[in-house]
Design a protein around this ligand. Structure first.
Ligand code: ZN
Ligand code: ZN
Length: 318
């Protein structure tokens, strides 16, 4: 049994083979899992959790509670490997639409991964979209349970405490000096949740009205999700130098609940990509990045696709 969407933050095993130990106390992210042998070492005090360079290391978490997961049989992922990458030119995109959000709740603020400015229809106002789990630090700190297990979450609890979002240019050499605008209030999305089983990312979404779009240029949401074999591009920080990179990929699975893609280049990928946009060949948004993984050397990503994004936003006016 394997865990395609998880790697061990101690020994870097990817995927994790056998039982996976997932820390429920750390904010959701790429450094929350250990493989079986590393978990044994952790219990003996021989390794450090959370990882020293992770965001969780900066938090004061008294106790780390681990959940044990068994994984999935590997044969179900084999069909993704032979799907080939179609030749396609990189789509044109505006300068400022992928951003770093800082969420504020009164006097406190929390840095998120990525967010982006999007336009639902031709004449609608801009929205700031991201994955809900990039807000996991604030969610856990405020004791708000918006996980799939909590049936009583209404979608109003989190918007009630988020006062605004400051938006920065994530691609600037010193992003904290590059304020681009502000967003808020947060939209009430009753079906948005954290903690879904990967790659089922259909509920992982957060949306904000734009208060001051500043220098942002919103990008249109596509009208339909891509199909298997279509090229897509994930926009994120280059892992080597400041600036944006569009990582080309091919869609290998699309269902009601997920969009899975396989990267073309197997080189270095940025690690914290959650909340970044996935684009089609026309440069329109087809998904919100939610996670990544590895299978037999192929680098993979999955996203909450535009079909589900549109369903969540239905009933909201902007
Ligand atoms: Zn390990
Ligand atoms: Zn932990």
């Amino acid at each position: 049994m394997i865990h395609v969407w998880n790697h061990c933050h101690n020994c870097n095993a990817a995927p994790i083979v056998g039982r996976r130990f997932h820390c429920e106390s750390c904010p959701d992210g790429p450094d929350t899992d250990l493989c079986g042998p590393c978990y044994e070492k952790f219990k003996e005090g021989k390794i450090i959790h959370p990882a020293e360079d992770s965001s969780a290391a900066l938090l004061e978490i008294k106790e780390h509670r681990f959940e044990v997961l068994e994984g999935k049989p590997p044969d179900q992922y084999e069909s993704w490997l032979p799907i080939s990458h179609p030749a396609a030119p990189t789509p044109g995109t505006p300068g400022h639409f992928v951003v770093r959000p800082i969420f504020s709740a009164g006097m406190e603020s929390f840095i998120g991964g990525y967010a982006f400015a999007a336009k639902v229809e031709e004449n609608s106002g801009p929205l700031l979209l991201t994955a809900l789990h990039v807000m996991d630090e604030i969610i856990k700190q405020k004791g708000i349970d918006c996980s799939e297990q909590n049936k009583s979450y209404t979608g109003r609890e989190l918007p009630a405490i988020i006062t605004h979002v400051d938006i920065y240019d994530i691609f600037a050499p010193n992003w904290m000096m590059a304020h681009l605008g502000t967003a808020g209030p947060m939209l009430v999305l009753p079906n948005a949740r954290t903690g879904g089983e990967e790659p089922y990312s259909d509920r992982d979404i957060a949306a904000f009205r734009m208060r001051d779009a500043g220098r942002l240029t919103p990008v249109p949401l596509a009208h339909r999700p891509p199909v298997v074999g279509d090229p897509v591009w994930q926009a994120a920080r280059s892992p080597e130098k400041p600036g944006r990179q569009l990582f080309k990929a091919v869609v290998v699975e699309i269902t009601d609940r997920t969009l899975v893609f396989k990267y073309e280049n197997q080189g270095k990928k940025p690690k914290y990509i959650s909340g970044s946009p996935v684009l089609n060949k026309n440069g329109e948004i087809v998904g919100i990045s939610v996670g990544g993984g590895e299978f037999k050397g192929a680098l993979l990503g999955h996203a909450n696709h535009v079909g589900n994004i549109r369903e969540h936003l239905t009933g909201n006016a902007f």
